[in-house]
Write a protein that binds this ligand. Sequence first.
Ligand code: 13P
Length: 251
Amino acid sequence: MRMKLVAGNWTMHGEIEQNRELLNMIVSGTTGMERATCAVCVPYPYLSQAQSLLKNTHISWGAQNISQHDKGAYTGEVSAIMLNDFCCRYVIVGHSERRTLYSEDSRTVALKFKAALDAGLVPILCVGETLNQREAGFTEQVVGEQLDAVIGLVGVDALASSVLAYEPIWAIGTGKTATPQQAQGVHVFIRNRVASHNVRIAAELRIIYGGSVKASNAAELFAMLDIDGGLIGGASLIADEFISIFLAAQN
Ligand code: 13P
């Protein structure tokens, strides 16, 4: 039985005072909800704040990106090892905004995935297609290649300590959610692809969905057999929305 994960991706949002209010509301609003896992992935400058407000709570925290390198002359970069200083549990790798806006190719994403694992973090690997790719019938090819790049570098066993996030690019921040059936279809494709290497790891792998998840559509998405939670952007910045989404993951 896979425990659902609801992870907030704040993207480049946050302010010390607002964060405090948001995090405190999330902690109190989700207390007692123990049938799913909750996490927030915050901008680097707020990791220390997240750590101090969330330690000894049921909510984990993490970052949204890491360098593929451990240390060195890489101005502006942050290593996975550094995240350990803030007791992070998760780090997002390969978010489509990183792939498109910062030209991260699948090889770089795979190296970042490995760096996260080597540091003992749980990588949340994002995969997903553009609208053009979907309409041209290339969804499985694109997602399959993104996944294969990681399996090729670290081996399928490494997926046992990771989370996959299917995030169709056309659904991110657009208000246009994939239908539960569309998302389920890709999740099954991903699980089958992993199963072709290792059936047990595929069965245990959490595959979460991201792309305009809201309180109003979370329950129907999470009801699908292969949707094991959500990676939540905009709605993770609104306490009531995020709490309701987490509540929908309890069933
Ligand atoms: P939205 O929930 O704002 O569509 O963002 C999804 C996302 O990209 C989370 O990583």
